[in-house]
Design a protein around this ligand. Structure first.
Ligand SMILES: Nc1nc2c(c(=O)[nH]1)N[C@H]1C(S)=C(S)[C@@H](COP(=O)(O)OP(=O)(O)OC[C@H]3O[C@@H](n4cnc5c(=O)[nH]c(N)nc54)[C@H](O)[C@@H]3O)O[C@H]1N2
Ligand SMILES: Nc1nc2c(c(=O)[nH]1)N[C@H]1C(S)=C(S)[C@@H](COP(=O)(O)OP(=O)(O)OC[C@H]3O[C@@H](n4cnc5c(=O)[nH]c(N)nc54)[C@H](O)[C@@H]3O)O[C@H]1N2
Ligand code: SF4
Ligand SMILES: [Mo]
Length: 771
């Protein structure tokens, strides 16, 4: 390797010249820092916290261990450019995860007849693998490899290994079983079809020297739209970055029905009615066009379909939008002016966009908004994303590299919903997949592999729901997790225990950088394996030619793209940042073919999507009224007078995780419904009361938190609750306070989207004895 790289010192940066002359930049701050050292009796290991337990980030941490390799404590790694030493309460409670008595410590099996019973038998890894291979093998022989689904949940440290393993088995049915994949995929799709790439707000994270980098400048204004960055640290974005930008002068506009911490600090807070985001965006666009305040140079030279956008936006005057969204026309005008005048404008958007049924055309309105400002790929604007060094580790491999085209096309939903190809998560359409589990159409689905997902707590309604029926209808299920879960208790024949991030060798990569996950803690007492090790073990059995690596380190070296480095060298430098450039669409670096412009059929940013047009989907940004609410179902509002949003993130929990972790549970002991003081008075509810939250679909028990965080007509409920302390054979009561009892499994015309955040309900106190 040494002969193909040359290191040049250039100010802050170390340049590494790869084989083809392409230059990468390695963080100067990382070179020369040890990845492991001794402090007194303790060994310190520099590493990254990704999963398990789960998170979208992977902040830099220093793990302290004793002479026996046992975990002692951890601290944020102040040298790590990504989080700069800051940690949230979940990492700070990791001591209670790694030593948690409820962790799974051995592979286990159970007879199918004993589903739902706490009747597990410990087995060895070899016995577990044999059982899985024999059973999957028989099913494959009889029904074909596509009859086994391979599911994971949200972005944890899983996808690359699990996708490879599933494809090695021969199945194209990768799954993420939330109705309409209503998380992230829709936003990626909307951006990709319009621009050919995804975009993120530029908080300097592409540079190892961060805010000091002379190329970067702070955003003039950050629109925080349907996202709560400090709490959720979602999608690779550290919430603290927003605060860092605020300190450097960025103004903040928040679009959220709830008064979040950052909304309380905002220059402009647009408290909209849940589900009306697209109408608000179109009204802001309306003002920008009416006031002739958009970026003409960008629109004329680099975009397509502006007239179509203008036609749609014309309808959404601020006054009309005020009626729909509850945001005053005056604030709408102010937002439009800030977007233009506080240049560069950027946007941190979130889950609320995906969780409307017509989420693609709705999200397109937001892409159009930021595009009109022309702040694309400029310092402090919306910057496009690319895999660092072309490495695959974060982005799973394409199915086509493993499977024949004809097999890929058998993926459930492949023909019906072609936009899935643009979502970055090439999964089966979840609702159709559940249907197939039940009906055997278009073909039988017979078994499930569930690695890092707990769909019964997170994404299903009740024992009567399609999800529960589908999962229970399968002949054989394998669950891979760190804890026993309601899903595993309900349906698994085999459970495999995994290592936490502190116990495994891995690699964290996202668009900005690459970093090793250095195993810090010995796992001698536990018989756990890393997710990748499990995928590698089984992948080797199913398709040895696709798994030529003898160790995970060898695997990672192969995943490092054109960096010119191997895994050990990555360890030496601690983290690697690719060379980053702005204005790529103007220099021919945005598209793989080197042409100027964007990676779309027209080469322009498409306000009217030619891809959508081709497939007969709605092709311009648009607003769709939510299915239930004061405008679409006024007749239901007497019975269900409150607007319901679900699942706003809290500090303690990552979805269904963390309920067994004492420190986290103490922060949020019970499932919460947020109710405004005026509403509480109206419905006879006091702070701390247990209430029924009910709508046409179901009812759940929640504890009222009376707070001005929500407006009078809106309530918000936690999602993903279960109670690890309760009887396993009730599935830990996961259906008693499960937000999804209130969410219908209905998705949008593109196969994406679900109305999780714009529903209706009523609330009333539990009677005596109902608790
Ligand atoms: N009503 C409502 N429902 C929602 C939402 C909402 O806002 N409202 N949000 C939705 C969203 S956006 C999402 S992404 C889904 C999330 O759904 P999921 O991703 O399925 O989340 P969990 O149910 O927490 O399941 C994760 C499981 O994986 C385990 N785990 C964590 N890390 C690892 C790891 O590294 N390896 C392995 N093998 N296991 C691991 C955890 O212990 C846990 O049991 O929920 C959705 N559900
Ligand atoms: N602590 C913690 N962090 C997490 C997770 C977790 O479970 N816990 N889950 C991870 C996952 S998978 C995801 S997808 C992300 C999601 O993270 P975010 O994108 O931040 O999503 P939420 O917290 O669900 O909602 C963000 C904000 O949207 C507001 N909101 C609700 N309805 C609407 C609406 O109709 N319109 C608008 N504009 N706003 C609305 C809520 O009040 C909330 O403040 O978080 C990730 N990070
Ligand atoms: S966001 Fe919190 S839980 Fe996630 S890696 Fe960073 S500190 Fe850990
Ligand atoms: Mo998510």
């Amino acid at each position: 390797m040494e002969d193909v790289r040359e290191i040049k010192q250039d100010g802050m940066d170390d340049w590494v010249v790869g084989k083809d002359g392409s230059a990468a930049v390695v963080a100067a701050t990382g070179r020369g820092l040890p990845w492991r050292w001794q402090e007194g009796d303790l060994t310190v290991t520099r590493t990254a916290a990704w999963s398990a337990p789960g998170c979208h980030l992977g902040c830099g941490v220093k793990v302290y261990t004793d002479a026996n390799g046992n975990f002692v404590k951890l601290e944020g790694d102040e040298c790590n450019p990504f989080n700069q030493g800051r940690l949230c309460v979940r990492c700070l409670s990791f001591d209670q995860v790694i030593t948690n008595e409820q962790r799974l410590t051995h592979p286990m099996k159970r007879a199918r007849a004993d589903r739902g019973k706490d009747a597990w038998e410990e087995i060895t890894w070899d016995e577990a693998y044999d059982l899985i291979c024999d059973t999957f093998g028989e099913i494959k022989e009889k029904y074909g490899p596509e009859s086994i689904l391979f599911a994971s949940g949200t972005g944890r440290d899983i996808a690359n290994g699990m996708y490879r393993m599933a494809y090695s088995f021969g199945s194209p049915n990768i799954a993420y079983q939330q109705t309409g994949v209503a998380c992230y995929g829709p936003r990626i799709t909307a951006t990709s079809i319009m621009m050919g790439n995804y975009c993120v707000p530029d908080c300097s994270m592409y540079f190892a020297d961060r805010y000091d980098n002379p190329q970067w400048k702070p955003p003039g204004v950050i629109f925080i739209w349907g996202n709560n960055p400090l709490v959720s640290n979602a999608d690779g974005n550290v919430g603290h970055w927003m605060v860092d930008c605020m300190k450097r002068g960025s103004k903040i506009v928040v679009v959220d029905p709830r008064l979040t911490w950052i909304a309380s600090k905002a220059d402009l807070f647009m408290r909209l009615r849940p589900g009306t985001d697209a109408a608000l965006a179109l009204a802001i666009i309306n003002v920008m066009i009416e006031e002739d305040a958009y970026d003409h140079e960008f629109v004329e030279n680099w975009t397509y379909g502006f007239e179509d956008l203008a036609r749609v936006a014309k309808e959404y005057t601020p006054e009309k939008a005020e009626e729909i969204t509850w945001v005053s026309a005056e604030k709408i005008r102010e937002a439009a002016r800030m977007a233009v005048e506080c240049s560069p404008m950027t946007m941190q958007w979130g889950l609320a966009l995906d969780q409307t049924r017509e989420c693609i055309s709705g999200s397109m309105a937001l892409v159009a908004l930021w595009a009109l400002t022309g702040c694309i790929d400029v310092p402090g604007g919306m910057v496009t994303t690319h895999q660092p060094f072309g490495a695959e580790i974060w982005q799973p491999p394409a199915a086509e590299t493993f499977l024949d085209e004809e097999v890929v096309q058998r993926r459930i939903g492949y023909y019906e919903y072609p936009l899935y190809k643009y979502s970055g998560c090439v999964v089966a359409q979840p609702d159709m997949l559940y249907d197939a589990c039940i009906t055997g159409k278009p073909y039988a689905i017979k078994a499930g592999w569930w690695q890092s997902t707990n769909p019964l707590s997170c994404c299903s309604q009740s024992p009567e729901s399609k999800a529960y029926k589908a999962i229970m209808n399968l002949d054989f299920n394998v669950v891979v997790d760190i804890f026993m879960t309601p899903t595993a208790m309900a349906c698994a024949e085999v459970v495999l225990p995994v290592a936490t991030w502190a116990e495994k060798t891995g690699m964290r990569s996202i668009w900005y950088y690459m970093q090793p996950i250095n195993a810090a803690v010995e796992v001698a007492d536990n018989d756990v394996r890393s997710d990748l090790q499990i995928n590698l073990d089984l992948g080797k059995r199913w398709a040895p030619e696709k798994w030529p690596w003898n160790s995970v380190e060898e695997f990672f070296t192969d995943q490092m793209g054109d960096s010119g480095y191997d895994y050990d060298q990555l360890r030496e430098v601690n983290w690697m940042y690719p060379k980053f450039e702005y204005h790529k669409y103007r220099t021919g670096k945005q598209r793989a073919d080197g042409a100027y412009g964007f990676n779309t059929p027209t080469g322009r940013l498409e306000f009217r999507s030619t891809l959508c047009e081709q497939w007969g989907f709605e092709s311009v940004p648009s607003y769709h009224e939510t299915d239930r609410g004061p405008r679409s179902t006024p007749e239901l509002m007497d019975e269900y007078p409150l607007i319901l949003t679900t699942g706003a993130r809290n500090w303690s929990y990552f979805h269904s995780e963390g309920r067994q972790v004492a420190r986290l549970r103490a922060l949020r002991p019970d499932p919460i419904i947020e109710v405004n003081p005026l509403a509480a008075e109206k419905y006879g509810v006091a702070d701390g009361d247990w209430v029924w939250v009910e709508n046409e679909y179901g009812k759940i028990k929640m504890k009222a938190q009376v707070t001005i965080a929500v407006p009078e007509s809106v309530v918000n409920v936690d999602h993903a609750w279960w109670f690890p302390e309760r009887n396993p054979e009730t599935l830990y009561d996961t259906f008693s306070s499960n937000a999804n009892q209130l969410v219908p499994p209905e998705f949008g015309s593109t196969g994406f989207g679900a109305n999780c955040k714009s529903l209706i309900c009523k609330i009333y106190k539990l009677s005596e004895g109902e608790r």
